[in-house]
Structure formats: structure tokens, C-alpha cells
Design a protein around this ligand. Structure first.
Ligand code: SAM
Length: 277
């Protein structure tokens, strides 16, 4: 009988985010494959988990996957963890999971924290559909080429970024996507200095340029359609009335959508305007 590979999420900063199930699975498996065994030892000690550790990282993935598959085929169950968050999400693990699937070895997710999902959930940006692109390219040329590809995406685009590159990346985002592009930047999620910046790319650069940027970051770029509308609701109502043949009903609908406001609020404003006129 094959063993099972458990893909176990671990905290992204706050040790209390470990699930009961993650602790139990890590205690019960024969072996834990960890990205950095010294780093993970601290977490395991905190939860009195004495299971043996073996390294599994981007430099030994191929060779180690074969070894781990042999153990799984021998009936041993193994847990895969990364330094933080969910393995395989911008972290090693894909190759091992792929091999398990090919060999018919069961793979079970033990879900929990992921910086990507945590950031999206508090960003205030649309999350009904989003695109995750991993880390932004490190060099300017590659980054600008990449931003050109995503600048018109009509979904929230989520990426990981290193703190020492944030200012250059924001400058490139402004150059390619515009200073008015909505953006949210989640820093140090679940940790003491957690913060979420929300505004435009231009304002983000101004804010983060005030000091040295530290800690871990997720950048969320609002959809290309989501630019902050210019002027007030009243300006927009007047402009559309003057410049188009649309009915008041149609105008109210458009303006409500543009400003992200409820139809009834914009309708009330349009009534006041009509009375004044
Ligand atoms: N697999 C992990 C996950 O599910 O979150 C992500 C691993 S990736 C190698 C590490 C990157 O995730 C960091 O460089 C940072 O961009 C982001 N990240 C991790 N922890 C974070 C935190 N507490 N706050 C903000 N971003 C974080």
C-alpha cells in the first residue's frame, strides 16, 4: 500500500495560525520534507512535533522527489511544508506532487495560510476573479515587458515582491500602468508591523518612498477598468447628460458603476440636479 503525501500549509508569520489538523498530520507522518529544515525546526519545536525532517528545495527537487516517491511507495506517509504558507504556491513542491499523481500516490491538502489569499481578502479590491503571477521579474527590462502584458487585464493582479525592489517596481507600474492605477500593498501580514496600503500606484510610491521598505510584501494591482473616476458624481451626471443622448436612467446606471456607488444614491443626486435645472 502506498503512503500519502500531505501538502501542509504553515503560518506566514503568526504561529497561532497553525491548524489543529496540520499539527496532528505533522506528528503522525513518518517524515516531513521541508524547504529549510533549520527554519522549520523552530515551528515544529513550538508544537512539540518530533517527526524527522528531510530537505526538499528548488535545488534538490528532482533528486529528492525520486527518493520521496520510493518511500511513499514503501507505505510511508510524508508531509511537505515550505518555509511559510502553502507549499507549491511560489514555493517548491510541484514536481513532487506531479510525480505522486503520475504514480497514483494519494496527495491530500492540509490547507491554511497563504500570503496571496490573506492579502486579497483584506485588500478591498475585487476578488471574484484574480490573476496570480508569482514574483515580479527582478530586472527592469523583464519587469516592464511583463507589466505591458498585464496592464490591460481586467482582474486584480496579485504578485509577490521583495522589499528592496518595491520602489523600482512601483516606478515601473506607474510608467506602464499609470499613476492612477488602483493598488493595494499588504506588508508583514499576521505580524507585529502588519499594514495594508490602499490607494493609487502614485500615492503608494509617495508613501513607501518616505523610509526604507522592510518586511514581506504582496502587491495587488486593481483591474485596468477600476481607475478612480475623476471629479464628483454630480460632474459625471452633468457631463453624460450634456455629451450623450442617454436617458437619465441609463446615465444613473453608468455613473453608479463608475463610482462604485449604489444606484439609489446616484438616482437621488440626479433628481436634485434635475430639480435645480
Ligand atoms: N507559499 C507562500 C504562501 O503561500 O504565501 C509564499 C512563498 S513566497 C517564496 C514568499 C513571498 O510571499 C514573500 O517574499 C512575500 O512576497 C510573500 N509573503 C510571505 N509571507 C508574507 C507576509 N507575512 N506578509 C506579506 N507577504 C508575505
Amino acid at each position: 500500500m502506498n503512503g500519502t503525501l500531505y501538502v501542509v500549509a504553515t503560518p506566514i508569520g503568526n504561529l497561532e495560525d497553525m491548524t489543529y489538523r496540520a499539527v496532528r498530520v505533522l506528528q503522525e507522518v513518518a517524515l516531513i520534507a521541508a524547504e529549510d529544515t533549520r527554519h522549520s525546526r523552530k515551528l515544529l519545536t513550538h508544537y512539540s512535533i518530533n517527526t524527522s525532517l528531510i530537505s526538499y528545495h528548488e535545488h534538490n527537487e528532482e533528486f529528492r522527489s525520486a527518493q520521496l516517491i520510493a518511500k511513499l511507495q514503501n507505505g510511508e506517509s510524508i508531509a511537505l511544508i515550505s518555509d511559510a504558507g502553502t507549499p507549491c504556491i511560489a514555493d517548491p513542491g510541484y514536481r513532487l506532487v506531479f510525480c505522486c499523481r503520475q504514480e497514483g500516490i494519494p496527495v491530500i491538502a492540509v490547507p491554511g495560510p497563504s500570503a496571496l489569499v490573506a492579502a486579497l481578502s483584506i485588500s478591498g479590491l475585487p476578488t471574484d476573479a484574480f490573476r496570480f503571477v508569482g514574483f515580479l521579474p527582478a530586472k527592469k527590462h523583464g519587469r516592464c515587458q511583463f507589466l505591458e502584458q498585464i496592464k490591460n487585464v481586467q482582474q486584480t493582479v496579485a504578485c509577490y515582491e521583495a522589499p528592496h525592489r518595491l520602489l523600482s517596481s512601483l516606478a515601473d507600474i506607474i510608467e506602464i500602468c499609470g499613476a492612477d492605477r488602483p493598488i493595494a500593498i499588504a506588508r508583514e501580514l499576521t505580524k507585529r508591523h502588519e499594514e495594508l496600503f490602499s490607494g493609487t500606484a502614485g500615492a503608494a510610491l509617495e508613501y513607501f518612498a518616505q523610509g526604507s521598505v522592510k518586511g514581506e510584501l504582496v502587491i495587488l494591482l486593481g483591474s485596468a477598468l477600476q481607475r478612480q473616476p475623476e471629479g464628483t458624481v454630480r460632474d459625471a451626471l452633468l457631463r453624460l447628460r450634456e455629451e450623450t443622448d442617454l436617458s437619465w436612467k441609463e446615465i444613473v446606471k453608468l455613473v453608479a458603476k463608475e463610482f462604485g456607488q449604489s444606484g439609489s444614491v446616484v438616482y437621488k443626486e440626479s433628481l436634485e440636479l434635475r430639480q435645480e435645472q
